[in-house]
Design a protein around this ligand. Structure first.
Ligand code: PHE
Length: 347
């Protein structure tokens, strides 16, 4: 029995030294000291010993038990310390590692160009105003001399909200001329950028939603010369001193006389073709229409309570996407609306 106890002692101490985790230690505790453990089994056999041997063996068994218990505590402390050490090492924060940078976006290219255009006009004394996208037909058409039955009022061109064709998504920013003249006295100098909507198929230069920038100047003695001067000034500031542009006579019901202004196509440089193919940006024209303009029709002034005998004015409505295409050398208008970051990141 003495040998048995010595064997248990040696094996137990060796096993405890080898145990590396709290779970392994617990398993050993049960195996060595538990009710069904090895030591208990030996103690149960004490009854068979002689009265002389019993206290000697009892003492020895208690000593072994105490030794195992002490070893168990020692190993427990060592393992817990090691576990803590490992955890601290694993969770340590290295404050010297550079932080993760958040990628910052930037203004949409079209907004950049809008900002440039606005700043130039503000420098020329224009007041920038905003107006409703859901508009009344009377502002969008009637008061601009566009009578009932005019083709541009057609349901195939305009998004209406009602059966009476009275409420619509504005097809142009020109209703802002009326809204501004209603509320301001001459002299006035206004710029009204905003979204407009038409039932157009999307292609390289068209989209059912696009942006226009309306301009209106009314004062005594305003002439077509002032209009041309304003537009040429703007174009040269945006496209450079050698910008190529042209004015063409045109017709708008709310201006008289009227014109359109084109810029030379930035893709084919006015030739209308690229490598023997028709240029897809200007459809072979060599020019890209940027805006409509003209002298405010006397009836429109009178509609807004401004005396056409005393005052005259000019107005223009430029296409912002077209301006941005020329400014940033974008060859397809749809890219502006796709919002593919590979495209946007180029600006
Ligand atoms: N509103 C016209 C259009 O959308 C452009 C325009 C504006 C023409 C102002 C003359 C004066 O085509």
């Amino acid at each position: 029995m003495k040998e048995q106890l010595e064997l248990i002692r040696q094996n137990a101490l060796a096993a405890l030294d080898a145990a590396g985790t709290p779970a392994a230690l617990e398993e050993l505790r049960v195996k060595l000291l538990g009710k069904k453990g090895e030591l208990t089994a030996v103690l149960k056999m004490m009854g068979k010993l002689s009265p002389e041997e019993r206290p000697v063996m009892g003492q020895m068994a208690n000593a072994v038990r105490a030794e195992i218990e002490a070893k168990l505590e020692e190993r427990k402390a060592a393992i817990n310390a090691a576990v803590l050490e490992a955890k601290l090492a694993e969770e340590a924060i290295d404050v010297t590692i550079p932080g993760q940078t958040v990628e910052l976006g930037h203004q949409h290219p079209m907004n950049m160009v809008l900002q440039e255009i606005k700043e130039i006009f503000v420098g020329l004394g224009y007041q920038v105003v905003d107006g409703p996208e859901v508009e009344l037909a009377s502002y969008n058409f009637t008061r601009l001399n566009i009578e009932e039955g005019h083709p541009s009022r057609d349901r195939s061109d305009t998004f209406y909200f009602d059966d009476n064709d009275e409420v619509l998504l504005r097809t142009q920013t020109s209703p802002m001329q009326i809204r501004f003249m209603e509320n301001h006295k001459s002299p006035l100098c206004m710029l009204a950028p905003g979204r407009v909507f038409r039932k157009d198929e999307a292609d390289a230069t068209h989209s059912p939603m696009f942006h226009q920038i309306e301009g209106l100047v009314v004062d005594e003695h305003i002439t077509m010369g002032n209009l041309k001067d304003a537009l040429i000034t703007i174009m040269r500031k945006i496209y450079g001193a050698d910008a190529q542009m042209r004015f063409r006579p045109h017709h708008f019901p709310f201006t008289e006389p009227s014109c359109e202004m084109d810029m030379q196509c930035h893709k084919c440089h006015g030739t209308g073709e690229i490598d023997g193919q028709v240029c897809s940006t200007c459809h072979g024209e060599g020019w890209i229409e940027l805006l409509g303009a003209g002298m405010v029709h006397p009836d429109v002034l009178a509609n807004c309570g401004i005396d056409p005998e005393k005052y005259s004015g000019f107005a223009f409505g430029m296409g912002l996407e077209r301006m941005a295409m020329g400014r940033l050398r974008i060859t397809d208008l749809r890219l502006i609306f796709d919002n593919d970051v590979r495209f946007l990141n180029q600006f």
